[in-house]
Design a protein around this ligand. Structure first.
Ligand code: GLV
Length: 309
């Protein structure tokens, strides 16, 4: 079986060695735009060029090296009859939960203020946390959103979740669909975005949505930059509707040095690291799925390309 690895990684051998270990009989190649077609059976990709699909018409499946397939499904000649498979968790959900919990705890427990007090040599107790003052709302209840919601519910924050269809998750109030978005926002002070990026979720977090959150809102975006209308968040912060924002993903990455977010004390920025793709877990998952397909078995994680996730 032939496998083509297609990702702009300066050290692709870090991936291909692992793939080879997992699938000793496979013939593995790294994509190069000038190489002739290798007749690949499977492609393992991250942000692939359209040329890939013209050159490799025999693909039996396309594996995305990430949970979000937004970059892949917008490639115009993505073959419609070939399964597209996304990463399912693969060690990412726990990292996201940890990242979000770290920030929620830090904000609600006033950790920045204690740091400042330390700098000023001040011993001063701040008000203890009232969890009912910090209701959390998680947008998106896929593998990642569910893990985030469960983690915060475990810490006894009031937690709501919103997604396309309703989910039964212990300790989490589920809201579903457009009709229940308002109800969800009205219950939410700490908004956490884990949605997939699709035509219906792009620009969802705009001024109108931010205005419907509880007062002194907090926004944590670990989905995609295109979910958030940047200037609307800036406005909501300037007006004091949103008091803190934690942003890990941006419309343009790296975030341009001239972007206003850099200089806003209310905004915490990280460079798309809330959940790193873990090579071992990723290749184990993809390798197992390739073996299953070769044996004619069904696999999970197949994307509905039309729907976009
Ligand atoms: C990363 O952003 C991913 O989609 O896995």
């Amino acid at each position: 079986m032939k496998i083509l690895f297609v990702a702009a990684d300066p050290k692709p051998e870090r991936w291909t060695n692992l793939i080879q270990q997992h699938l000793p009989d496979a013939e593995i190649q790294v994509w190069h735009p000038d190489s002739p077609s290798c007749g690949a059976d499977y492609a393992i990709v991250w942000h692939p060029p359209a040329a890939l699909f013209d050159k490799e018409p025999q693909l039996k499946a396309i594996f995305n090296l990430g949970a979000g397939v937004d970059a892949l499904v917008k490639v115009p000649n993505l073959p419609r009859n070939v399964p597209v498979v996304r990463l399912e968790d693969a060690g990412m959900a726990v990292q996201m939960a940890e990242y979000v919990a770290y920030h929620v705890i830090g904000i609600t427990r006033d950790m920045d203020a204690y740091r400042e007090q330390q700098t000023a040599g001040q011993w001063k107790l701040r008000r203890p946390i009232e969890r009912s003052d910090w209701p959390v709302g998680v947008l998106g209840l896929g593998h990642i959103g569910q893990r985030v919601a469960r983690t915060l519910a475990g810490l006894e924050y009031p937690v709501c979740g919103w997604s396309r269809s309703s989910y039964a998750i212990d300790g989490v109030r589920s809201f579903a669909g457009e009709a229940e978005l308002d109800g969800f926002l009205g219950e939410t002070r700490v908004l956490i975005n884990t949605l997939p990026l699709t035509d219906s979720t792009r620009d969802l977090i705009d001024y109108s949505l931010l205005s419907r959150l509880r007062p002194d809102a907090v926004v944590i975006n670990v989905g995609r930059g295109e979910h958030l209308v940047d200037e609307d968040l800036v406005r909501a912060i300037e007006e004091g509707r949103v008091t803190r924002a934690v942003l890990d993903v941006f419309r343009e990455e790296p975030l341009p040095t001239t972007h206003p977010f850099w200089n806003m004390s209310q905004v915490s920025i990280t460079p798309h690291v809330s959940a790193r793709t873990l090579r071992e877990a990723t290749i184990t998952q993809i390798g197992d799925k390739i073996l299953a397909l070769e044996q004619g078995q069904a696999i999970s994680g197949i994307v509905d390309v039309q729907r976009g996730y």
